[in-house]
Design a protein around this ligand. Structure first.
Ligand SMILES: *Cc1c(COP(=O)(O)O)cnc(C)c1O
Length: 465
Protein backbone atom coordinates (compact mmCIF):
# COMPACT_ATOMS: atom_id res chain seq x y z
CA UNK A 1 0.00 0.00 0.00
CA UNK A 2 1.40 3.40 -0.88
CA UNK A 3 0.90 6.46 1.34
CA UNK A 4 -1.65 8.11 -0.93
CA UNK A 5 -3.86 5.02 -0.70
CA UNK A 6 -3.21 5.00 3.04
CA UNK A 7 -4.51 8.59 3.30
CA UNK A 8 -7.66 7.73 1.37
CA UNK A 9 -8.47 4.67 3.47
CA UNK A 10 -7.67 6.53 6.70
CA UNK A 11 -10.28 9.17 5.82
CA UNK A 12 -12.75 6.45 4.89
CA UNK A 13 -12.22 4.75 8.27
CA UNK A 14 -12.51 8.05 10.17
CA UNK A 15 -15.89 8.70 8.52
CA UNK A 16 -16.99 5.13 9.16
CA UNK A 17 -15.99 5.57 12.83
CA UNK A 18 -18.05 8.73 13.32
CA UNK A 19 -21.07 7.08 11.71
CA UNK A 20 -20.60 3.96 13.84
CA UNK A 21 -20.63 5.99 17.03
CA UNK A 22 -23.59 8.13 15.98
CA UNK A 23 -25.74 5.04 15.30
CA UNK A 24 -24.52 2.81 18.12
CA UNK A 25 -27.86 2.77 19.94
CA UNK A 26 -29.36 0.85 16.99
CA UNK A 27 -27.08 -2.12 17.59
CA UNK A 28 -27.53 -4.85 20.22
CA UNK A 29 -25.01 -4.18 22.97
CA UNK A 30 -23.72 -7.74 23.37
CA UNK A 31 -22.83 -9.66 20.20
CA UNK A 32 -25.66 -11.98 19.23
CA UNK A 33 -23.22 -14.50 17.72
CA UNK A 34 -23.04 -18.28 18.25
CA UNK A 35 -19.63 -19.92 18.91
CA UNK A 36 -17.84 -20.69 15.63
CA UNK A 37 -20.07 -18.44 13.52
CA UNK A 38 -17.32 -15.92 12.72
CA UNK A 39 -14.56 -18.48 12.19
CA UNK A 40 -16.78 -20.37 9.73
CA UNK A 41 -16.76 -17.32 7.44
CA UNK A 42 -12.96 -17.06 7.30
CA UNK A 43 -10.93 -18.98 4.70
CA UNK A 44 -8.96 -21.92 6.10
CA UNK A 45 -5.68 -20.76 4.54
CA UNK A 46 -4.01 -17.35 4.06
CA UNK A 47 -4.16 -15.75 0.59
CA UNK A 48 -1.00 -15.93 -1.48
CA UNK A 49 -2.01 -12.99 -3.69
CA UNK A 50 -2.86 -9.41 -2.60
CA UNK A 51 -6.48 -8.55 -1.97
CA UNK A 52 -8.15 -5.21 -2.42
CA UNK A 53 -8.56 -3.06 0.70
CA UNK A 54 -12.17 -2.36 -0.31
CA UNK A 55 -12.89 -6.12 -0.14
CA UNK A 56 -11.11 -6.46 3.18
CA UNK A 57 -13.13 -3.62 4.68
CA UNK A 58 -16.38 -5.02 3.30
CA UNK A 59 -15.64 -8.33 5.02
CA UNK A 60 -14.82 -6.40 8.18
CA UNK A 61 -18.33 -4.97 8.15
CA UNK A 62 -20.09 -8.18 7.09
CA UNK A 63 -18.15 -10.79 9.07
CA UNK A 64 -16.44 -9.02 11.96
CA UNK A 65 -18.84 -6.28 13.06
CA UNK A 66 -21.80 -8.60 13.74
CA UNK A 67 -19.48 -10.52 16.07
CA UNK A 68 -18.46 -7.50 18.13
CA UNK A 69 -19.80 -6.55 21.55
CA UNK A 70 -20.12 -2.78 21.70
CA UNK A 71 -18.18 -1.49 24.68
CA UNK A 72 -18.79 2.12 23.60
CA UNK A 73 -22.55 1.58 23.50
CA UNK A 74 -24.30 4.07 25.83
CA UNK A 75 -26.27 1.18 27.33
CA UNK A 76 -23.25 -0.88 28.33
CA UNK A 77 -23.66 -1.58 32.05
CA UNK A 78 -21.67 -4.83 32.28
CA UNK A 79 -18.27 -5.47 33.94
CA UNK A 80 -16.59 -2.06 34.19
CA UNK A 81 -16.48 0.47 31.34
CA UNK A 82 -13.62 0.64 28.82
CA UNK A 83 -14.25 4.17 27.63
CA UNK A 84 -12.56 5.57 24.55
CA UNK A 85 -13.36 9.28 24.46
CA UNK A 86 -12.98 10.70 20.94
CA UNK A 87 -9.95 12.94 21.69
CA UNK A 88 -8.11 9.93 23.13
CA UNK A 89 -8.98 7.93 20.01
CA UNK A 90 -7.44 10.68 17.88
CA UNK A 91 -4.29 10.54 19.98
CA UNK A 92 -4.18 6.77 19.47
CA UNK A 93 -4.38 7.28 15.70
CA UNK A 94 -1.34 9.52 15.91
CA UNK A 95 0.50 7.06 18.12
CA UNK A 96 -0.34 4.22 15.73
CA UNK A 97 0.88 6.31 12.83
CA UNK A 98 4.22 7.32 14.32
CA UNK A 99 4.55 3.81 15.81
CA UNK A 100 7.55 4.42 18.05
CA UNK A 101 8.96 2.04 20.65
CA UNK A 102 9.20 4.17 23.77
CA UNK A 103 11.30 1.93 25.98
CA UNK A 104 14.13 4.38 26.69
CA UNK A 105 14.24 8.16 26.90
CA UNK A 106 16.47 8.13 23.83
CA UNK A 107 14.08 6.00 21.75
CA UNK A 108 11.52 8.83 21.95
CA UNK A 109 12.30 11.62 24.42
CA UNK A 110 8.88 13.22 23.99
CA UNK A 111 7.08 10.01 24.97
CA UNK A 112 9.05 9.81 28.21
CA UNK A 113 8.67 13.47 29.09
CA UNK A 114 4.95 13.67 28.27
CA UNK A 115 4.46 10.48 30.33
CA UNK A 116 6.21 11.99 33.32
CA UNK A 117 4.09 15.11 33.11
CA UNK A 118 0.83 13.18 32.63
CA UNK A 119 1.55 10.99 35.65
CA UNK A 120 2.04 14.18 37.64
CA UNK A 121 -1.13 15.80 36.26
CA UNK A 122 -3.06 12.71 37.33
CA UNK A 123 -1.31 12.69 40.72
CA UNK A 124 -2.62 16.20 41.30
CA UNK A 125 -6.06 15.39 39.88
CA UNK A 126 -6.39 12.45 42.27
CA UNK A 127 -5.22 14.48 45.25
CA UNK A 128 -2.08 12.42 45.92
CA UNK A 129 0.76 13.99 47.87
CA UNK A 130 3.76 15.65 46.29
CA UNK A 131 6.57 13.22 45.73
CA UNK A 132 4.65 10.35 44.14
CA UNK A 133 6.13 9.48 40.77
CA UNK A 134 4.88 6.74 38.51
CA UNK A 135 4.74 4.97 35.21
CA UNK A 136 2.09 4.14 32.63
CA UNK A 137 1.60 0.41 32.12
CA UNK A 138 -0.64 -1.69 29.87
CA UNK A 139 -2.90 -3.06 32.59
CA UNK A 140 -3.59 -3.08 36.29
CA UNK A 141 -2.64 -6.77 36.21
CA UNK A 142 0.89 -5.84 35.11
CA UNK A 143 1.18 -3.06 37.68
CA UNK A 144 0.01 -5.36 40.47
CA UNK A 145 2.48 -8.03 39.36
CA UNK A 146 5.24 -5.41 39.45
CA UNK A 147 4.22 -4.50 43.00
CA UNK A 148 4.05 -8.14 44.14
CA UNK A 149 7.48 -8.85 42.67
CA UNK A 150 8.74 -5.80 44.55
CA UNK A 151 7.21 -7.16 47.78
CA UNK A 152 8.98 -10.45 47.16
CA UNK A 153 12.36 -8.89 46.45
CA UNK A 154 12.18 -6.46 49.33
CA UNK A 155 11.25 -9.26 51.75
CA UNK A 156 14.14 -11.44 50.56
CA UNK A 157 16.77 -8.68 50.67
CA UNK A 158 16.64 -8.53 46.86
CA UNK A 159 17.95 -12.08 46.51
CA UNK A 160 14.93 -13.70 44.82
CA UNK A 161 15.83 -12.63 41.30
CA UNK A 162 19.46 -13.74 41.75
CA UNK A 163 19.09 -16.97 43.67
CA UNK A 164 15.53 -18.09 43.13
CA UNK A 165 13.15 -18.79 45.97
CA UNK A 166 14.35 -22.23 47.05
CA UNK A 167 14.81 -22.43 50.80
CA UNK A 168 13.37 -18.99 51.45
CA UNK A 169 10.28 -20.23 53.28
CA UNK A 170 6.77 -18.95 52.87
CA UNK A 171 6.46 -15.32 51.79
CA UNK A 172 3.02 -14.06 52.80
CA UNK A 173 0.85 -11.39 51.19
CA UNK A 174 -2.40 -10.11 52.73
CA UNK A 175 -5.56 -8.70 51.20
CA UNK A 176 -9.33 -8.88 51.62
CA UNK A 177 -11.53 -11.56 50.06
CA UNK A 178 -12.93 -8.86 47.73
CA UNK A 179 -9.84 -8.41 45.57
CA UNK A 180 -9.68 -8.88 41.81
CA UNK A 181 -8.31 -12.13 40.36
CA UNK A 182 -5.27 -10.20 39.10
CA UNK A 183 -3.97 -10.25 42.69
CA UNK A 184 -4.21 -14.04 42.83
CA UNK A 185 -2.50 -14.35 39.49
CA UNK A 186 0.29 -11.95 40.47
CA UNK A 187 0.96 -14.18 43.48
CA UNK A 188 0.99 -17.31 41.31
CA UNK A 189 3.39 -15.83 38.79
CA UNK A 190 5.68 -14.21 41.37
CA UNK A 191 6.27 -17.58 43.05
CA UNK A 192 4.39 -16.58 46.21
CA UNK A 193 1.72 -19.23 45.66
CA UNK A 194 -2.02 -19.07 46.19
CA UNK A 195 -1.63 -20.72 49.62
CA UNK A 196 0.45 -17.75 50.78
CA UNK A 197 -2.03 -15.10 49.67
CA UNK A 198 -3.96 -14.67 52.88
CA UNK A 199 -7.46 -13.25 52.48
CA UNK A 200 -9.23 -11.46 55.28
CA UNK A 201 -13.02 -11.33 55.17
CA UNK A 202 -14.51 -8.05 53.92
CA UNK A 203 -17.14 -6.73 56.33
CA UNK A 204 -19.52 -3.86 56.94
CA UNK A 205 -21.23 -1.55 54.47
CA UNK A 206 -18.12 -1.25 52.28
CA UNK A 207 -16.89 -4.84 52.68
CA UNK A 208 -13.58 -3.68 54.17
CA UNK A 209 -11.01 -5.96 55.74
CA UNK A 210 -10.85 -5.63 59.50
CA UNK A 211 -7.53 -4.07 60.53
CA UNK A 212 -7.44 -5.98 63.82
CA UNK A 213 -7.95 -9.26 61.98
CA UNK A 214 -5.16 -8.27 59.59
CA UNK A 215 -2.87 -7.51 62.52
CA UNK A 216 -3.67 -10.79 64.28
CA UNK A 217 -3.10 -12.77 61.07
CA UNK A 218 0.29 -11.19 60.42
CA UNK A 219 1.34 -11.69 64.03
CA UNK A 220 0.40 -15.38 63.88
CA UNK A 221 2.34 -15.79 60.63
CA UNK A 222 5.45 -14.24 62.16
CA UNK A 223 5.11 -16.60 65.14
CA UNK A 224 4.81 -19.53 62.72
CA UNK A 225 8.09 -18.57 61.05
CA UNK A 226 6.58 -17.22 57.83
CA UNK A 227 7.87 -14.04 56.17
CA UNK A 228 5.21 -11.36 55.66
CA UNK A 229 6.02 -9.47 52.45
CA UNK A 230 3.20 -7.06 51.68
CA UNK A 231 -0.39 -5.92 52.01
CA UNK A 232 -2.74 -5.19 49.11
CA UNK A 233 -5.72 -2.93 49.78
CA UNK A 234 -8.62 -2.21 47.47
CA UNK A 235 -10.71 0.84 46.61
CA UNK A 236 -13.62 -0.30 44.45
CA UNK A 237 -13.59 -4.11 44.18
CA UNK A 238 -14.84 -5.66 40.97
CA UNK A 239 -17.65 -7.71 42.48
CA UNK A 240 -19.57 -5.17 44.52
CA UNK A 241 -17.19 -2.21 44.87
CA UNK A 242 -15.51 -3.11 48.18
CA UNK A 243 -13.37 -0.37 49.73
CA UNK A 244 -10.84 -0.92 52.49
CA UNK A 245 -10.17 1.59 55.23
CA UNK A 246 -6.90 2.73 53.70
CA UNK A 247 -5.46 4.44 56.75
CA UNK A 248 -6.18 1.56 59.12
CA UNK A 249 -4.75 -1.08 56.75
CA UNK A 250 -1.61 0.94 56.02
CA UNK A 251 -1.02 1.51 59.72
CA UNK A 252 -0.93 -2.23 60.38
CA UNK A 253 1.29 -2.84 57.36
CA UNK A 254 3.77 -0.17 58.44
CA UNK A 255 3.97 -1.62 61.94
CA UNK A 256 5.47 -4.74 60.32
CA UNK A 257 7.47 -2.76 57.73
CA UNK A 258 5.47 -4.30 54.89
CA UNK A 259 5.27 -2.92 51.35
CA UNK A 260 1.77 -1.72 50.46
CA UNK A 261 -0.08 -1.73 47.16
CA UNK A 262 -3.53 -0.27 46.51
CA UNK A 263 -5.75 -1.53 43.68
CA UNK A 264 -8.06 1.30 42.60
CA UNK A 265 -8.22 0.15 38.97
CA UNK A 266 -11.86 1.15 38.50
CA UNK A 267 -12.70 3.58 41.33
CA UNK A 268 -9.49 5.60 40.99
CA UNK A 269 -11.08 7.64 38.19
CA UNK A 270 -13.77 8.90 40.57
CA UNK A 271 -11.08 10.33 42.85
CA UNK A 272 -10.78 13.32 40.53
CA UNK A 273 -13.85 14.48 42.52
CA UNK A 274 -12.77 15.84 45.93
CA UNK A 275 -16.01 14.75 47.62
CA UNK A 276 -15.33 11.06 46.87
CA UNK A 277 -11.79 11.41 48.16
CA UNK A 278 -13.29 12.41 51.50
CA UNK A 279 -15.16 9.10 51.63
CA UNK A 280 -12.90 6.57 49.92
CA UNK A 281 -9.37 7.91 49.71
CA UNK A 282 -8.38 8.92 53.29
CA UNK A 283 -4.94 7.51 54.09
CA UNK A 284 -4.02 6.89 50.46
CA UNK A 285 -0.72 8.77 50.72
CA UNK A 286 0.70 6.00 52.91
CA UNK A 287 0.72 3.48 50.04
CA UNK A 288 3.96 2.53 48.35
CA UNK A 289 2.23 1.65 45.08
CA UNK A 290 -1.19 2.64 43.75
CA UNK A 291 -2.75 1.45 40.51
CA UNK A 292 -5.63 3.01 38.61
CA UNK A 293 -6.91 2.59 35.07
CA UNK A 294 -7.68 5.78 33.13
CA UNK A 295 -8.76 3.26 30.47
CA UNK A 296 -11.83 2.36 32.48
CA UNK A 297 -14.07 5.15 33.72
CA UNK A 298 -11.99 8.23 32.83
CA UNK A 299 -12.07 7.90 29.04
CA UNK A 300 -8.52 7.13 27.90
CA UNK A 301 -8.70 4.45 25.26
CA UNK A 302 -7.46 1.02 26.38
CA UNK A 303 -4.68 0.49 27.29
CA UNK A 304 -3.67 3.03 29.91
CA UNK A 305 -2.87 2.11 33.50
CA UNK A 306 -1.06 4.44 35.88
CA UNK A 307 1.00 2.98 38.67
CA UNK A 308 1.95 5.65 41.21
CA UNK A 309 5.01 4.97 43.36
CA UNK A 310 5.88 6.75 46.59
CA UNK A 311 9.50 5.82 46.01
CA UNK A 312 10.41 4.12 42.73
CA UNK A 313 13.65 2.66 44.10
CA UNK A 314 12.32 -0.71 45.39
CA UNK A 315 10.56 -1.41 42.07
CA UNK A 316 13.62 -0.35 40.09
CA UNK A 317 15.79 -2.58 42.27
CA UNK A 318 13.40 -5.39 41.40
CA UNK A 319 12.91 -4.89 37.66
CA UNK A 320 15.79 -2.84 36.26
CA UNK A 321 18.17 -4.72 33.98
CA UNK A 322 20.65 -3.08 31.66
CA UNK A 323 22.21 -5.21 28.95
CA UNK A 324 24.83 -3.53 26.77
CA UNK A 325 22.44 -2.87 23.87
CA UNK A 326 20.14 -0.84 26.12
CA UNK A 327 22.83 1.34 27.68
CA UNK A 328 22.49 5.02 26.93
CA UNK A 329 24.99 7.80 27.35
CA UNK A 330 24.55 8.29 31.07
CA UNK A 331 22.45 11.45 30.89
CA UNK A 332 20.19 11.90 33.89
CA UNK A 333 17.08 10.66 32.12
CA UNK A 334 14.22 8.31 32.92
CA UNK A 335 14.08 5.03 31.03
CA UNK A 336 10.59 3.77 31.83
CA UNK A 337 11.21 0.22 30.60
CA UNK A 338 13.33 -0.21 33.74
CA UNK A 339 10.19 0.29 35.84
CA UNK A 340 8.13 -2.48 34.22
CA UNK A 341 8.23 -6.10 33.10
CA UNK A 342 7.93 -5.67 29.30
CA UNK A 343 10.73 -3.87 27.50
CA UNK A 344 8.76 -2.49 24.58
CA UNK A 345 6.26 0.24 25.34
CA UNK A 346 3.68 2.24 23.44
CA UNK A 347 3.31 6.00 23.76
CA UNK A 348 0.29 5.76 26.07
CA UNK A 349 0.60 9.19 27.65
CA UNK A 350 -0.47 11.05 24.51
CA UNK A 351 -4.12 10.03 24.84
CA UNK A 352 -4.20 11.32 28.41
CA UNK A 353 -2.79 14.63 27.25
CA UNK A 354 -5.45 14.91 24.52
CA UNK A 355 -8.23 13.76 26.84
CA UNK A 356 -7.48 16.07 29.75
CA UNK A 357 -6.82 19.11 27.57
CA UNK A 358 -9.83 18.54 25.38
CA UNK A 359 -12.36 18.22 28.22
CA UNK A 360 -10.67 19.80 31.21
CA UNK A 361 -11.03 18.19 34.61
CA UNK A 362 -14.38 19.82 35.39
CA UNK A 363 -16.23 18.15 32.52
CA UNK A 364 -14.72 14.79 33.45
CA UNK A 365 -15.80 15.31 37.08
CA UNK A 366 -19.33 16.17 35.96
CA UNK A 367 -19.59 12.92 34.00
CA UNK A 368 -18.56 10.85 37.00
CA UNK A 369 -20.91 12.70 39.34
CA UNK A 370 -23.78 12.16 36.91
CA UNK A 371 -23.03 8.45 36.66
CA UNK A 372 -23.07 8.11 40.44
CA UNK A 373 -26.34 10.05 40.77
CA UNK A 374 -28.04 8.09 37.97
CA UNK A 375 -26.89 4.75 39.44
CA UNK A 376 -28.52 5.74 42.73
CA UNK A 377 -31.73 6.72 40.95
CA UNK A 378 -31.80 3.46 38.99
CA UNK A 379 -31.11 1.47 42.14
CA UNK A 380 -34.17 3.07 43.79
CA UNK A 381 -36.30 2.21 40.75
CA UNK A 382 -35.26 -1.45 40.88
CA UNK A 383 -35.75 -1.54 44.65
CA UNK A 384 -39.37 -0.50 44.05
CA UNK A 385 -40.00 -3.37 41.61
CA UNK A 386 -42.20 -6.14 42.93
CA UNK A 387 -40.17 -8.99 44.46
CA UNK A 388 -36.81 -7.54 43.41
CA UNK A 389 -34.13 -7.14 46.06
CA UNK A 390 -31.11 -4.81 46.16
CA UNK A 391 -28.27 -7.09 47.28
CA UNK A 392 -25.60 -4.39 47.55
CA UNK A 393 -26.26 -0.65 47.63
CA UNK A 394 -24.38 1.66 45.28
CA UNK A 395 -20.70 2.17 45.96
CA UNK A 396 -19.98 5.02 43.58
CA UNK A 397 -21.88 3.84 40.47
CA UNK A 398 -21.95 0.07 41.12
CA UNK A 399 -24.78 -1.88 42.76
CA UNK A 400 -26.33 -5.32 42.51
CA UNK A 401 -29.78 -6.86 42.69
CA UNK A 402 -31.69 -10.13 42.51
CA UNK A 403 -34.97 -10.97 40.86
CA UNK A 404 -37.40 -13.31 42.61
CA UNK A 405 -36.23 -16.94 42.40
CA UNK A 406 -33.08 -19.02 42.83
CA UNK A 407 -29.57 -18.58 41.43
CA UNK A 408 -30.49 -20.27 38.15
CA UNK A 409 -33.27 -17.72 37.70
CA UNK A 410 -30.77 -14.85 38.11
CA UNK A 411 -28.64 -16.27 35.31
CA UNK A 412 -31.71 -16.92 33.20
CA UNK A 413 -32.73 -13.28 33.54
CA UNK A 414 -29.22 -11.97 32.74
CA UNK A 415 -29.03 -14.16 29.63
CA UNK A 416 -32.49 -13.12 28.49
CA UNK A 417 -31.64 -9.43 29.00
CA UNK A 418 -28.47 -9.77 26.94
CA UNK A 419 -30.25 -11.74 24.21
CA UNK A 420 -32.77 -8.89 24.08
CA UNK A 421 -29.82 -6.61 23.28
CA UNK A 422 -31.06 -3.22 24.43
CA UNK A 423 -28.80 -3.19 27.49
CA UNK A 424 -25.88 -5.32 28.72
CA UNK A 425 -25.53 -6.56 32.32
CA UNK A 426 -23.35 -9.24 33.90
CA UNK A 427 -23.78 -11.53 36.89
CA UNK A 428 -21.60 -11.95 39.96
CA UNK A 429 -21.54 -13.79 43.25
CA UNK A 430 -21.89 -12.13 46.62
CA UNK A 431 -22.19 -13.81 50.03
CA UNK A 432 -22.56 -17.15 48.26
CA UNK A 433 -25.52 -16.05 46.12
CA UNK A 434 -25.69 -15.12 42.47
CA UNK A 435 -26.34 -11.43 41.90
CA UNK A 436 -26.94 -9.20 38.89
CA UNK A 437 -24.43 -6.33 38.68
CA UNK A 438 -25.11 -2.87 37.29
CA UNK A 439 -22.40 -0.27 36.79
CA UNK A 440 -22.98 3.11 35.22
CA UNK A 441 -19.93 4.60 33.56
CA UNK A 442 -20.08 4.58 29.79
CA UNK A 443 -18.78 7.89 28.48
CA UNK A 444 -21.83 8.80 26.32
CA UNK A 445 -24.54 7.34 28.54
CA UNK A 446 -27.46 9.62 29.44
CA UNK A 447 -29.94 9.56 32.30
CA UNK A 448 -32.50 8.07 29.87
CA UNK A 449 -30.11 5.26 28.94
CA UNK A 450 -29.57 4.48 32.60
CA UNK A 451 -33.25 4.54 33.52
CA UNK A 452 -33.97 2.29 30.51
CA UNK A 453 -32.36 -0.50 32.55
CA UNK A 454 -35.39 -0.59 34.87
CA UNK A 455 -37.78 -0.76 31.92
CA UNK A 456 -35.85 -3.51 30.12
CA UNK A 457 -35.39 -5.59 33.29
CA UNK A 458 -39.13 -5.34 33.99
CA UNK A 459 -40.16 -6.20 30.42
CA UNK A 460 -37.76 -9.11 30.03
CA UNK A 461 -38.72 -10.43 33.46
CA UNK A 462 -42.38 -10.43 32.48
CA UNK A 463 -41.57 -12.12 29.18
CA UNK A 464 -39.71 -15.03 30.80
CA UNK A 465 -42.03 -15.67 33.74
C1 LIG B 1 -10.39 -4.09 35.96
C2 LIG B 1 -9.75 -4.36 37.26
C3 LIG B 1 -8.51 -4.97 37.34
C4 LIG B 1 -7.78 -5.49 36.12
O1 LIG B 1 -7.48 -4.50 35.24
P1 LIG B 1 -6.62 -4.78 33.92
O2 LIG B 1 -6.14 -3.43 33.55
O3 LIG B 1 -7.58 -5.37 32.93
O4 LIG B 1 -5.55 -5.73 34.27
C5 LIG B 1 -7.93 -5.12 38.58
N1 LIG B 1 -8.55 -4.70 39.69
C6 LIG B 1 -9.77 -4.11 39.66
C7 LIG B 1 -10.39 -3.65 40.93
C8 LIG B 1 -10.40 -3.93 38.44
O5 LIG B 1 -11.60 -3.32 38.41
Amino acid sequence: MNWDDFAGWSKHIADWGAQYHKTLRDRPVRAQTKPGEVAAQLPDAPPSQPEDMGDILRDFEDIVMPGMTHWQHPRFFAYFPANAAPPSMLAEQLVNTVAAQCMLWQTSPAATEVEGRMVDWMRQALGLADGFTGVIQDSASSATLSAVLTMRERATGYTGNREGLTGKGALRIYCSDQVHSSIDRACWVAGIGQANLVKIEGQGPRFAMDADALDATIRADVAAGHTPAGVIAITGGTGVGACDDLGAVAQVAKAYDLYTHLDAAWAGSAMICPEYREIFWKGVDAYDSIVFNPHKWLGAQFDCTIQFLRDATPQLNTLKIEPEYLKTSGDAVTNYSEWTIPLGRRFRALKLWFLIRSYGLEALQTRIRNHVAWAEELCDAIRAMDGFEITTDPILSLFSFRCPGDDAMQQHLVDAINDDGRIYLTQGVFAGRKIIRVQVGQFDTTRDDVMAVATVVQEVWEAIT
